[in-house]
Design a protein around this ligand. Sequence first.
Ligand code: ZN
Length: 267
Amino acid sequence: MKNLRFRACGLMGLLLLCLPLSVTAESSTWPGGARAAVNLAYDDALASQLDYVVPDLNRHGFRGSFYVPAAAPLLLERLEEWRAAAAQGHELGNHSLFHQCDKQRPGRDWVAPHRDLSQVPVQAFAEQVALANDFLFLVDGETERTYTPPCGDVQVGDRDYLTPVKPLFLGAKAIGAGGVTPSMESLDRFGITVAVPSEVSGEELIAVVEEAARRGTMANFTFHGVGGDYLSVSREAHTALLEHLAAHPERYWVDSFVNIMRHLQDH
Ligand SMILES: [Zn+2]
């Protein structure tokens, strides 16, 4: 984002010195003059997202982002519901074909051996991610996407799994490091940090967006289950966040990640 740098010069200043002031202009670049952009994202195509999240977002007129692995069983089982969500303005984001993660990392016993990212050549993975975009095109007809790397794995050993797929996307999320974008300057649109809330209160979720508004930046959440499934937050906590956002439209611009990335690209 632009950093407007101008000088405050009074009469004395003209004679002596002009004070350089650095004023960040991020907040004024969000639609409606909002202080922060907020993206609510939901990974892995889970039932609670269709059952609760889509209706709850719609109730407030919010557009969310749903990162669906193409091979997720629920994608085809409830295809018409995903299509309806997309038609309502929600984003279907790329979360790869098979949700492969690096099984060699600690805590990754759950990764099936045949889905161990460390066993997949980078180029093969890049082709799969491209195919996942094609698959999503058949679902919703969209041609612009964003990406959330499964498990946040973009590096396995010395192999970089992100750079080869960057041309396919307007932006990508980086799992971890918190949901508040520290600064809009020198923003890496392929490393937008997210919070991954699980078993948190509504107050804790609201604190994230309030901090983003204080900084004039962005808040990004990657949820999984809401009121069910895994890595869950309660529906109450999630609803508290939505109600806080809805109560302060002048403060928050809530939209899909692809729309936020389009906005950053255009401004
Ligand atoms: Zn995932």
